[in-house]
Design a protein around this ligand. Structure first.
Ligand SMILES: CC(C)(COP(=O)(O)OP(=O)(O)OC[C@H]1O[C@@H](n2cnc3c(N)ncnc32)[C@H](O)[C@@H]1OP(=O)(O)O)[C@@H](O)C(=O)NCCC(=O)NCCS
Length: 140
């Protein structure tokens, strides 16, 4: 298993993985999200490859203050093998290398099953409320 930054040619496979993992929403284009993360200086998308097949992906970046992790997914065939933990470790390493001291992530309400995974990795309840607002309606 190799973990490396994705390239543009991996984006469709990453989007398919995120769809299968239930992480996509109609108002977000995962392809566009991944392209932007790969194009930016402060973000990337890491992928785990079993031979040539993408079996794990995570988006990581920072906003100048905190690090953020999005779109963590492991192919169903590889879950429970420690790969999710390795992907998170790779994302954390990327942030450390970029001088970021603290990492945050958001878990959607309804995805409570994953909370135990993050707790296992040392992610605590940050005791904050996240608020959001549409600035324009994305094209569907
Ligand atoms: C969350 C996800 C990435 C975990 O990946 P995984 O490869 O199955 O997890 P790992 O095998 O690395 O698990 C690491 C450890 O966490 C534990 N763990 C995994 N899921 C857990 C859960 N839901 N609750 C409690 N512990 C959990 C494992 O038992 C393992 O423990 P160990 O170190 O004692 O062996 C995977 O389940 C997934 O892709 N889910 C769908 C997408 C998703 O919801 N992503 C999160 C978006 S916020």
């Amino acid at each position: 298993m190799t973990i490396r930054d994705l390239t543009a040619s991996d984006i469709d496979a990453a989007a398919a993985l995120w769809h299968q993992a239930g992480l996509t929403r109609p108002w977000n284009s995962p392809e566009l999200d991944a392209q932007r993360a790969l194009d930016g200086d402060t973000s990337t998308v890491l992928g785990a490859f079993d031979d040539e097949r993408l079996v794990g992906a995570v988006m990581v970046g920072h906003d100048g203050h905190r690090g953020w992790v999005y779109y963590l997914a492991v192919d169903e065939s590889q879950r429970g093998t420690g790969l999710g933990m390795r992907m998170m470790a790779a994302a954390e390493d990327w942030l450390r290398t970029n001088g970021v001291a603290k990492v945050q992530l958001m878990v959607r309400s309804g995805n409570d099953a994953v909370l135990g995974f993050y707790e296992h990795l040392g992610y605590e309840d940050a005791n904050v409320q996240v608020r959001s607002k549409w600035l324009f309606q994305p094209a569907s």
